[in-house]
Design a protein. Structure first.
Lengths: 337, 252
């Protein structure tokens, strides 16, 4: 079989399939704008929840439960400290109240915490933080270490890597389309379903004498603008903007300004960090934010449209694709794409 | 009752103009737009993907006319350039003109706005300016040839409603183009009030897209705009200080 795309979804699918005995080739152009290379690495379905995205929440929670085993098989460390969602003004505080009420209705646990409790958990938080929501079950992972580990695991099972996409018709066996935002151009059935959703993101490294990064993943609303800080051993990942402007890969001045300003409100010490990288990536958007994981044709499977949740949904996606492969294509052409 | 909204000679059956920002996902946005009954929806030219699968495709598939806007522009030069790009990309000479003074208030910069409006009108655009609730500025915008004026109820995204209803009435009283209440709507009563003050239409986005149930809020806004319009044309009773029995007096 051939997997088109060497991001987290493509590699996870390739690894699972190869481990199950399928001969696998991964076609990967290694774009510097691939969603999983640029991503922050939050595995945080709970704080990502919002009315209207119930299916995404359910699938995310299902995948989150698979993550500890997935990471252990790959020997990739997880940060298990959890997420703190913060508010910095009264309206943002109300948004957290709404999120909390919604999560409670959905049967998900999250604890409302006061400013004092927050600063006990994370003394480096800025003084204007008002209150928060603590979600201890959320995880995070170093996305680039994960991609390295997935490639190593694929090689261990003799997955072949190439940059040259052979024409799909010439390939015998099944093709899995896992090319993120670029998937829309790889099959007509994805043409008006998948769209690129641009995100700009910064990587900051701590310097001698600076406060170390937070232990938790920090998500905040600063005057209505969402921002997140995902800790790494040497610093943090600061994200992210969200625009729908096609495949525009520029990092704009305004994006960097907004992200830094809002991050400084939440975690003032970032001003002394080194600005190590600015990057833009493309999430693969779908109409309902749910991934498309299904047969598109008798020899084509789609595994794309993961939007903001590619890393989180990698285990559940790989598992579903493997079961599609084992069941084989549905007898009639088409599937329900 | 056939009571179309007419802007620059074009008729619209709905008096609710929508924006698209803020929805959880495109499916929710689609259902909210359908429920709102809108026939005209504004999209930020700077946040536009014309290559397929996005908001633009969605509007086209729903048969909703696209009104490009210049959100994010900080001066007349930027706004004029953005409007021209929109005209090329979307094949429409309609533009919702936004020129904001700063990021924190997003209030219109009146001087830059008027300058940009005049230049765009001269360039053949149908200009719908997002303006302050200033009757003088509204008048000046009409004087330079804008096809409508769109005063704010309160700053964008605040949901603070209509903070100076009298100014809106003043703008309506002197306008000979449609007055569209733009920005600040938080809930249905705000939209109804705008129509009762004599506005021809209401433009809103966040109030629907960020509501806990956007589809239901869209239905509420549609009903509110219709109710406000009906009430305005029905002729309300005078407000009295003392009670006045509605049943006839004994000797009447």
């Amino acid at each position: 079989m051939t997997v088109l795309g060497g991001g987290v979804i493509g590699l996870s699918v390739a690894w699972y399939a190869a481990r199950a005995g399928f001969p696998v080739t991964v076609v990967d152009h290694a774009s510097p704008h691939g969603g999983s290379w640029v991503a922050g690495g939050m595995l945080a379905p709970i704080t990502e929840a919002w009315p209207g995205d119930e299916d995404v929440l359910a699938l995310g929670v299902e995948s989150l439960a698979l993550w500890p085993g997935f990471a252990e098989d790959l020997d990739v460390p997880l940060n298990r400290t959890g997420t703190l969602a913060l508010a910095t003004d009264p309206a943002d505080n109300e948004v957290l109240d709404q999120l909390h009420a919604y999560l409670t209705r959905m049967g998900r646990s999250a604890t409302r915490v006061t400013r004092r409790e927050l600063r006990a958990l994370e003394p480096g938080l800025g003084p204007t933080v008002r209150s928060g929501l603590s979600v201890p079950g959320d995880l995070s992972v170093d996305n680039r270490a994960l991609l390295d580990a997935l490639r190593a695991a694929c090689r261990h099972y003799d997955v072949h890597f190439t940059e040259d996409a052979e024409p799909p018709t010439a390939v015998s066996g099944v093709t899995v389309i896992a090319a993120g935002a670029w998937s829309r151009d790889l099959h007509p059935a994805l043409r008006n379903v998948i769209r690129p959703v641009k995100g700009e993101i910064l990587r900051l490294t701590a310097r001698p004498g600076t406060l170390p990064p937070p232990r938790h993943t920090i998500r905040a609303h600063v005057s209505g603008r969402p921002v997140y800080l995902v800790p790494r051993t040497d610093g943090l990942v600061l994200g992210a903007t969200q625009h729908e402007t096609g495949f525009d890969a520029d990092v704009t001045v305004g994006a960097v300004r907004d992200l830094l300003r809002d991050a400084e409100t939440v975690w003032p010490a970032v001003a002394e960090y080194a600005l190590a990288e600015t990057s833009a990536g493309f999430r693969s958007g779908s109409p309902d934010n749910m991934p498309v994981i299904d047969w598109l044709a008798p020899d084509v499977i789609a595994a794309t449209g993961h939007h903001r949740n590619g890393l989180l949904l990698a285990p559940v996606t790989a598992r579903r694709v493997l079961s599609l492969l084992r069941e084989g294509a549905p007898p009639r052409e088409g599937g329900d794409s | 009752m056939d009571d179309p909204l007419i802007i620059a000679g074009r008729e619209f059956g709905s008096r609710l103009i929508m924006g698209t920002g803020g929805a959880a996902n495109l499916s929710v946005l689609e259902r909210a737009l359908v429920e709102s009954g809108t026939e005209l929806t504004t999209v930020a030219m700077r946040r536009l993907d014309s290559s397929g699968g996005g908001v633009l495709d969605l509007l086209r598939s729903l048969g909703i006319s696209v009104l490009p806007n210049t959100a994010g522009c900080r001066g007349a030069a930027e706004a004029v350039l953005t409007a021209r790009l929109a005209r090329e990309a979307l094949d429409t000479d309609w533009v919702k003109l936004e020129v904001v003074a700063d990021e924190q208030t997003l209030l219109p910069d009146p001087i830059e706005l008027l300058d940009a409006a005049e230049r765009l009108v001269d360039d053949g655009f149908t200009v719908l300016p997002y303006t302050n609730d200033d009757p003088v500025l509204a008048r000046r915008l009409e004087d330079v040839g804008c096809a409508a004026v769109m005063p704010l109820g309160s700053p964008i995204g605040t949901g603070l409603g209509i903070r100076n209803p009298h100014n809106i009435e003043l703008i309506v009283a002197r306008a000979s183009v449609p007055v569209i209440l733009d920005a600040g709507i938080g809930t249905a009563s705000d939209a109804a009030l705008a129509m009762e003050l004599g506005c021809s239409a209401v433009l809103l986005a966040t109030a629907v897209t960020r509501a806990q149930d956007p589809v239901r809020m869209a239905a509420a806004m549609r009903a509110a705009v219709e109710a406000g319009r009906l009430a305005k044309s029905a002729g309300r009773i005078p407000q009295r200080f003392w009670a006045h029995a509605s049943s006839p007096a004994p000797d009447a």
